[in-house]
Design a protein around this ligand. Structure first.
Ligand code: LRH
Ligand code: MN
Length: 428
């Protein structure tokens, strides 16, 4: 962990400037009828989960270039997540991935996380890779494979993940499958979906009451002609067929360029099937770039739907699970997760300060410019003082990346952990 004294000194050096900026923003917001203290309290209550696979350097199919002090296992990954939480105070939950994070003692892992101030969010299964010693290959699919024995193997793995999740105190399973085809004609598109529903029905049935099973759609990759759960339509059809435990998870990077993701969010909310998010950013494909790095306005518009888009007749019964899913190929992963959590928190606060009355009036009057301006006014407001003050009040750092760098934490990890050779390709 980072020395608490260092964080205190870091904050002390920035306190006067923050007081000044916070007061100025407070006056500006008050003129707009917004009470800054109310927003800051909501910012403090906000949280997002980090992916265990995000604290190590990520890669592409071409290569992975590990950095210094790479986490070696789930224990190092939890320690790194705890440092992010210590500085940001909005990521108290970790989303693990199996078998990447497999250990022998899950009760022990839960206690270890708790001692670090962390708990577990949705667990992720993996039937998109073959594991050493695995009986049957997922080369041609998993839950939708034409061979019932392969499907049974994949179903069993997902049920194992649910049992692990129960031991960790989690209450949701995220199921993303790579199943699809590379050639027209290779797959019976209808039958593949039917096999998906049959396999998922067994997984959903194995989930305890109160649990959620998140269906994660993705347009393409690694399948490059068809993907069984390619879009929100397929995901929603499946979630509606599979019953109340089944919900849809929206990974921002899993859509065609130009897709209107905020409208997808509105539709899934309307259907009562918006289960969760994987936040990241992208310019072309599933680039898994840092949230808010490419298109912060899009991220804001998603939160605008979450905060403001309450709809008559919406069947929504719970808030969606908010999680990050990124691959940090050229930055320090811990710094990127800190920055990304900050960008997600920023989009949330910007959505909270939208003048909803002015927006609704302009929408009703078909005053397009005034309606757009009502959103833009919130988006262009520099809410950084609210974010920093929320962190400070929660015991975090006013400028968490600067505090991390000042602490020399990464150099210390490089000293403690063996260097990892470059070379292997792949996301982790
Ligand atoms: C698939 C995905 C999925 C995870 C994986 C690491 O692209 O978004 O959520 O299992 O990344
Ligand atoms: Mn994802």
């Amino acid at each position: 962990m980072i020395d608490a004294g260092l964080i205190a000194d870091h904050n002390a050096a920035r306190a006067d400037a923050l007081v000044e900026d916070y007061a100025a923003l407070g006056r500006q917001l008050a003129r707009r009828g917004v009470e800054i203290e109310t927003i800051t309290a909501q910012a403090q209550a906000f949280s997002v989960a980090v992916p265990t696979w995000g604290v190590g350097t990520g890669g592409t199919r071409f290569a992975r270039f590990p950095g210094p002090g790479e986490p070696r296992d789930i224990h190092d990954k939890l320690a790194d997540c705890a440092v992010i939480q210590q500085l940001c105070r909005i990521i108290p939950r970790v989303s693990p991935h199996f078998p990447w994070d497999a250990v022998g003692d899950y009760a022990g892992l839960r206690a270890e996380a708790l001692a670090l101030g962390l708990s577990f969010d949705a667990v992720n299964s993996n039937t998109f890779q073959d594991q050493p010693g695995q009986a049957l290959s997922y080369k041609f699919g998993s839950l939708t494979h034409t061979d019932a024995a392969v499907r049974a193997q994949a179903v069993a793995h997902n049920i194992d993940c649910i049992r692990i999740g129960q031991a960790l105190g989690a209450s949701a399973l995220t199921v993303w499958i790579a199943d699809g085809s590379n050639f027209p004609g290779q797959s019976d598109l209808g039958a593949a979906f039917d096999r998906y529903l049959d396999s998922m029905a067994q997984i959903v049935a194995a989930a305890p009451d109160g649990w959620r099973v998140f269906i994660e759609h993705k347009l393409y990759e690694p399948a490059f002609y068809s993907t069984v759960i390619a879009d929100w339509g397929s995901s929603l059809m499946a979630a509606q067929a599979l019953g109340p435990k089944a919900r849809c998870l929206v990974d921002l990077g899993h859509h065609a360029p130009g897709a209107n993701i905020e409208q997808i969010v509105a539709r899934l909310r309307r259907a009562g099937k918006l289960g969760g998010f994987h936040f990241n950013d992208s310019k072309y494909g599933d680039d898994d770039l840092d949230a808010g790095a490419i298109d912060p306005f899009r991220l804001f518009l998603v939160f605008n739907e979450l905060v403001g888009g309450a709809q008559d007749g919406a069947q929504e019964d719970e808030a969606p699970a908010l999680m990050i899913d990124q691959s940090h190929n050229v930055t320090d992963p811990v710094e990127s997760l800190i920055a990304s959590a900050g960008e997600i928190a920023r989009a949330h606060v910007q959505a909270l300060i939208v003048d909803r009355e002015a927006l609704a009036a302009a929408q009703q009057a078909n005053d397009a410019l005034a309606a757009h301006a009502a959103l833009k006014a919130a988006f262009v407001t520099d809410v950084a003082p609210i974010l920093a003050e929320a962190r400070r009040r929660a015991g975090g750092a006013i400028d968490p990346v600067a505090a991390l760098r000042a602490s020399g934490w990464r150099a210390e990890m490089a000293r403690q952990r063996p260097a990892v050779a470059a070379g292997s390709a792949g996301i982790v």
